[in-house]
Design a binder for this molecule. Structure first.
Ligand code: ADP
Ligand code: MG
Ligand code: MG
Ligand code: MG
Length: 416
């Protein structure tokens, strides 16, 4: 088949262009001219269409050769769609049922056709509304443990692991976004930064904070150099779609080989930011119960992650690391448990560091989150953000001396 040069889809052209592809047409049903097509992308980077026909609905996600949020002044390669597709396929294998089903991928057109999640909504929006989701801690704790364990040298053969690392190593430009926007820009007066009026003194203090700036670069170093496993790479509450009974993870275009701790830290940071933002959403009643819920989600997510990771360690350690011949096969289960304990402790310390910088960049950098942005009263918003910044600073700088989530959650409650 001859490759046709990339062309962005539109509501007008999508039916004509995808109507001949069986993987799409058979699912949607009816003549392509009758399809109901909407563009619903609310992310920073890509186009997302919902395509509805006589028998079904699919989602078509297409990359653009630039950053949607900024425009064509900031080019970004189309190949991110290829990485998203490849990450989704692996996540589906490693954590079945937790990501949308994939029906079709066209590399040249940088598009993925996938299951339409309905009536799911974005987790971040649910949390802003004050909705408690009973399943997220369990589901996302399992998702992280399974994908992060099974993508690593603890599970894969050396060849499979290295081939995957090579495949995702080319996701340079999206890693570069994280490297700059998360770990560096927030800590100096970078051109694309912005922050709420009223935070100037707090921001000046953070940028003069030597210990913090050293820790932030240590986190960047880990992010760039510790190629442990295939991470989602953008696992915030805007990359999770939920109902009361189901949790689905979307948008892994930032996937690459990085530290196990990265996804965990990002996700928990977003729960803590939701916690600190609740005070700005109390116009229709107290959010005390919501705050309590969010801290319980943090604790449960970590404990489910830790327990499932430990379970996989004990039952699926088929990779080249910590081989059973050294431990269990010699009747020395304690050695294996000791090694597991060390590994989880490292993940813990790193996870806290990633959480700290993620909180900073969402308040000081380019890409803010709706939890805070939706607080219309700037004084109230600045108050929520200042508390979160202080909290993030504590995590990043003191991470080696923090013993438990109970300790951290108590600090969150005190700062709020
Ligand atoms: P971006 O990479 O631009 O952030 P996302 O993959 O996050 O794009 O998708 C943007 C939005 O499109 C999501 O916030 C969600 O509202 C919607 N969306 C994406 N994938 C699906 C899906 N499979 N089912 C339903 N809605 C989806
Ligand atoms: Mg997104
Ligand atoms: Mg499913
Ligand atoms: Mg994305």
């Amino acid at each position: 088949m001859q490759e046709i040069a990339f062309k962005a889809l539109s509501v007008e052209t999508l039916g004509r262009r995808l109507g001949g592809i069986a993987a799409v047409a058979d699912r949607v049903g009816g003549a392509a001219e009758t399809w109901n097509i909407r563009e619903v992308g609310d992310g920073n980077l890509n186009l997302v269409f919902i395509v509805e026909g006589e028998t079904g609905t699919v989602v078509v996600k297409q990359a653009l050769p630039y950053v949607r949020l900024v425009g064509d002044s900031w080019p970004l390669p189309l190949k991110r769609s290829f990485f998203e597709y490849n990450a989704l396929v692996r996540q589906q294998q490693r954590a079945p049922g937790m990501v949308p089903e994939i029906f079709y991928h066209d590399e040249a057109q940088a598009l993925v056709v996938m299951e339409f999640l309905s009536p799911h909504i974005i987790l971040r929006r649910a949390l802003i509304k004050g909705e408690q989701l009973p399943r997220i801690a369990e589901d996302l704790g399992l998702f992280m443990a399974r994908t992060l364990f099974r993508g690593s040298d603890l599970s894969l053969t050396p060849r499979a692991r290295k081939e995957d690392m090579a495949l995702f190593a080319d996701n340079v430009e999206l890693c570069d976004i994280t490297e700059n926007l998360v770990f560096t820009d927030p800590y100096f007066d970078a051109p694309m930064n912005r922050h709420t009026a009223g935070l100037d003194p707090v921001v000046a203090r953070l940028r003069a904070d030597r210990d913090l700036k050293v820790e932030a670069q240590k986190m960047k170093h880990l992010f760039a150099a510790k190629a442990e496993t295939l991470v989602h790479g953008d696992l915030h509450t805007g990359s999770v779609m939920v109902t009361q009974g189901d949790t689905q993870v979307i948008d892994p275009e930032f996937a690459f080989y990085g530290p196990i701790s990265f996804d965990v830290g990002m996700l928990l940071a977003n729960y803590w930011m939701s916690f600190f933002s609740q005070a700005g959403h109390e116009t229709e009643g107290s959010r005390d119960a919501m705050r309590k819920y969010l801290l319980s989600v943090v604790e449960k997510t970590w404990s489910v992650f830790r327990d499932e990771f430990s379970h996989l360690w004990r039952t699926e350690r088929t990779g080249m690391l910590y081989h059973r011949s050294l431990y269990e096969d010699q009747g020395d289960d304690l050695a294996s448990e000791q090694a597991l304990g060390h590994l989880l402790h490292e993940v813990w310390i790193e996870m806290l560091g990633f959480a700290g910088v993620e909180i900073h960049r969402r308040i000081l950098g380019l890409a803010h989150n709706a939890d805070f942005e939706d607080i219309a009263d700037e004084t109230a918003r600045a108050q929520c953000e200042a508390a979160a910044l202080a909290f993030g600073r504590h995590l990043a700088v003191n991470r080696r001396h923090i013993q438990s989530l109970a300790e951290i959650n108590a600090l969150a409650a005190a700062l709020n």
